[in-house]
Design a protein around this ligand. Structure first.
Ligand code: HGY
Ligand code: MN
Ligand code: MN
Length: 444
C-alpha cells in the first residue's frame, strides 16, 4: 500500500468519532448476503467460556496470570491448548518458531488457507482473556464446522502464536521478519528466545525454510478483547478493527555517579534516578503536546544499586512508544533521544537508547472489515470501526495476507492486569462473529 494511502487511512482511523451509536450496517450485508443465506451460524460459545474458566487456573499466582512465554506455566498452557486442538479433530503440529498449528483441508485444493488464531502467553501478573479468547474462539470455529458437517472451500488453519507478549515473536518469525527479532535477547522467562523456541518444540534452524511467503494465505482473522474502554463507553458489542498501532520498544540506560546520599551536596550529584524521573516527565509532556492517539510509556525503572542511602549511579528504563503513523513514531523517537541528551547534559549523566523491537502500523483490509461488519449485522450485534492501541500478531500477518480483527468489550477497559475481564455473552458474540466472518470469506 502506498504511504500516501496508508497515511490517508491512518488519518481516517484517527478521526473516527467513536460512540457514533450502534450501527447495524446494511450495505456490506447486502453485498455479502448474495454469497450466502442471511441466517447466521452459531458456535458453542458456552464451551469456550468453560475452556476459559479452566484455563484461568493455569499459571494463576497471587499477582495474576503468569503464563509468561517459555515458562513452566506457558508449557502447561500449551499442553492444555494442544488437547483442545485434538478435541476439535485437528492434529496439531509445532512450527519452527514454536507456534501451534492445526489444519482442515477444504473442498477446493487450489485455494489458499483462511488462517485464524491468536496467542495464549501472558504478561507478568496479567489477565486470562488477552489471547486465549481468540485462540479458543478459533478452535471452537474449527470444531463447530466439523460437528455441523460444514466443509469450507478453503483450507482452514488455526494458529496459536508463541511469545506474543515478548513482541509478537512467533508471528514475526513465521512471516520471516528475522531482522526485527534478536533471538539471543533474554525473554521475561529468563531464557533467550532461541532457548525458549527449543524448549517449546520449535527449531531455529528451520525458521527460514518454514517462513510463510507473501500471498500464501487467503486472509488472517483474529478475535481479541479490546483492551481499552471504547466499546463499553459507547455501549457497543463488537469492534471492527481498522488498524493496529505501530510500536517502538526502547531500553534506555542512564549513567550517573553512585555516591553517598548523606555526604554529597545537592549541587555535586550525578543522580541517575533524578535524571530518569525528569526524562519520564519530559516524555509524558512531549507525547501530549500534540493532538492524536500517540502514546508513550515508561513501564519499568531499575536503579542500581537501588539502595536507600546511595545516590543511584545507573538506571535502566523501558520506553514503549505507539501510534498508527510510522513517520510520527520516528519523529517522537528522535525527539526522545534529544530530550535524553539535554537532560543528561544538565544533570551530568549520559543517556543511551537501544531499540529492542519494533512493529510497523498495520491497516486492516477493507474486504475483511466488511466481512466482520456483515457478520455482526447478521447476528444483529451493534458494531463500530475502531483502531487498536495494543499490538497483535495480526499486524505481522498483514505483511503476507489481508488481515481483519474482531474486538469484544473489556470490562472497565482494563487489560494486562488480573482485573482483566470479558463477559460470557461477549465471548459468545465474538466467537459467532468470527465463525460467520470465516463463512462469508469462504463463500465469496
Ligand atoms: O503490548 C501489546 O500491545 C500486546 O498486548 N502484546
Ligand atoms: Mn497483551
Ligand atoms: Mn494479545
Amino acid at each position: 500500500m502506498k504511504r500516501r494511502d496508508f497515511l490517508g487511512q491512518a488519518a481516517a482511523i484517527a478521526a473516527v468519532p467513536l460512540g457514533a451509536g450502534p450501527l447495524i450496517r446494511v450495505a456490506p450485508l447486502l453485498a455479502w448476503s448474495r454469497a450466502r443465506p442471511p441466517a447466521p451460524a452459531r458456535a458453542d460459545g458456552a464451551r469456550v467460556n468453560r475452556w476459559l474458566a479452566l484455563f484461568d487456573q493455569i499459571g494463576r499466582t497471587a499477582g495474576g496470570i503468569n503464563r509468561v512465554a517459555y515458562s513452566e506455566h506457558d508449557l502447561a498452557g500449551r499442553a492444555f491448548t494442544l488437547d483442545l486442538f485434538r478435541q476439535a479433530g485437528l492434529t496439531p503440529r509445532i512450527d519452527a518458531a514454536g507456534n501451534l498449528i492445526g489444519r482442515v483441508e477444504g473442498t477446493d485444493r487450489t485455494l489458499r488457507p483462511i488462517v485464524i488464531g491468536s496467542h495464549i502467553d501472558s504478561v507478568t501478573d496479567g489477565g486470562n482473556f488477552d489471547g486465549p479468547l481468540g485462540s479458543f474462539g478459533a478452535l471452537e470455529v474449527a470444531r463447530t464446522l466439523g460437528e455441523q458437517g460444514r466443509r469450507l472451500r478453503h483450507p482452514l488453519e488455526v494458529v496459536v502464536w508463541s511469545n506474543e507478549e515478548g513482541g509478537v515473536i512467533g508471528s514475526k518469525l513465521a512471516v520471516g521478519d528475522f531482522k526485527a527479532v534478536d533471538i539471543d535477547t533474554v525473554a521475561r522467562s529468563g531464557k533467550t528466545i532461541r532457548e525458549g523456541i527449543g524448549l517449546v518444540g520449535g527449531n531455529v534452524a528451520a525458521l527460514e525454510r518454514e517462513a510463510r511467503a507473501p500471498g500464501s494465505a487467503e486472509c488472517y482473522l483474529e478475535l481479541h478483547i479490546e483492551q481499552s474502554g471504547l466499546l463499553e463507553k459507547a455501549g457497543l458489542q463488537v469492534g471492527v478493527v481498522q488498524g493496529i498501532c505501530g510500536l517502538r520498544f526502547f531500553e534506555v540506560t542512564i549513567e550517573g555517579f553512585a555516591n553517598h546520599a548523606g555526604a554529597t551536596p545537592m549541587d555535586e550529584r550525578r543522580d541517575a534516578v533524578l535524571a530518569g524521573a525528569r526524562f519520564t516527565v519530559a516524555v509524558n509532556d512531549a507525547i501530549r503536546s500534540e493532538p492524536g492517539r500517540q502514546v508513550a510509556t515508561v513501564g519499568r525503572v531499575v536503579p542500581t544499586p537501588n539502595t536507600r542511602n546511595v545516590i543511584a549511579g545507573r538506571v535502566e528504563l523501558t520506553l514503549d512508544l505507539r501510534d498508527l503513523d510510522a513517520v510520527k513514531l520516528e519523529r517522537f523517537a528522535d525527539r526522545f533521544r534529544r530530550v535524553g541528551s539535554e537532560i543528561g547534559a544538565a544533570s551530568g549523566t549520559t543517556f543511551s537508547f537501544r531499540e529492542s523491537t519494533r512493529s510497523t502500523p498495520a491497516i486492516a483490509d477493507a474486504a475483511m472489515m466488511e466481512a466482520v461488519e456483515a457478520s455482526a449485522s447478521q447476528l444483529r450485534l451493534s458494531h463500530q470501526r475502531m483502531p487498536s492501541g495494543a499490538g497483535h500478531d495480526a499486524q505481522e500477518m498483514s505483511h503476507i495476507c489481508p488481515m481483519g480483527m474482531i474486538f469484544v468489550p473489556s470490562v472497565g477497559g482494563i487489560s494486562h492486569s488480573p482485573r482483566e475481564f470479558t463477559k460470557g455473552e461477549d465471548v459468545v458474540n465474538g466467537v459467532n462473529v468470527l465463525l460467520n466472518a470465516v463463512l462469508l470469506v469462504d463463500a465469496r
